[in-house]
Design a protein around this ligand. Structure first.
Ligand code: PRP
Ligand code: URA
Length: 220
């Protein structure tokens, strides 16, 4: 889906997501409820991401009639879910609950919270051999400046030779600023998000956002 923010952006919206976001965004939500509600939200996001991978129209016989359906043509063992650690791991596990046969890759990138522009720092990666031949689902719940996402995409595309058209980036909240960066640097990557937020504060946190996802999810 084309949008003025990014050429291949899907914004998933529903009343259920609004209810779940109300809990997640509330600063008074406890860690246990944050985990509970974010898992519920991530399950919806997972299904809406998987349906963006290749599918075919198919007719099925129900016990009483015909149904015009949609079937995935993706081979799980040729699909790799890659998390940007730490927060991306939460989303990765939601994908693995739906399909345990997905391959897994991990990239440890952390924002340097001491730097003014919150520069993304790369520490570690482990992805399966042959990832350049797979469908790749990149996971990170939050895109603020997009520094972390761009660092992960640079690794996948420039070092691991994955074509951007093979990558679907699943995220819970994107700031418009980060989407602009992704549109310039990676217009060919598909993005699926559950929210687009307007701005960033001086600390490069998303407004209104939900605070630090990793700290709230893991209780740090
Ligand atoms: C968060 C988030 C993204 C990044 C987004 O991770 O999960 O990776 O910040 O910000 P950016 O778009 O400005 O790069 P963080 O570095 O806080 O690590 P964490 O997952 O361990 O909390
Ligand atoms: N990382 C987060 O977890 N939240 C933000 O708002 C920005 C970066």
């Amino acid at each position: 889906m084309s949008s003025e923010l990014h050429p291949d952006l899907t914004l998933v919206q529903s009343k259920a997501l609004r209810l779940l976001f109300t809990k997640l965004r509330d600063k008074n939500t406890s860690q246990i409820d944050f985990v509970r509600y974010s898992k519920r939200l991530m399950h919806l996001l997972v299904e809406d991401t998987l349906v963006r991978l290749p599918t075919v129209e198919i007719e099925k016989q129900t016990p009483t009639g015909l149904f015009q359906g949609l079937e995935s043509t993706t081979i799980p063992s040729q699909t790799c879910v890659v998390s940007i650690m730490r927060s991306g791991d939460a989303l990765l596990e939601s994908f693995r609950e739906v399909e345990p046969a997905f391959k897994v890759g991990k990239i440890l990138i952390q924002r340097d919270e001491a730097s003014a522009d919150k520069t993304a720092q790369f520490f570690y990666e482990k992805v399966p051999p042959g990832i350049h031949k797979m469908n790749v689902i990149l996971c990170d719940p939050m895109v603020a400046t997009a520094g972390s996402a761009v660092a992960a995409l640079d690794l996948l595309c420039q070092v691991k030779h994955v074509d951007p058209s093979q990558i679907t980036f699943a995220t819970i909240i994107c700031a418009t600023e980060g989407l602009g960066v992704l549109a310039r640097k990676y217009p060919g990557v598909k993005i699926v998000t559950a929210a687009i937020d307007e701005g960033l504060n001086d600390e490069k946190f998303i407004l209104p956002g939900l605070g630090d996802f990793g700290d709230r999810f893991y209780g740090t």
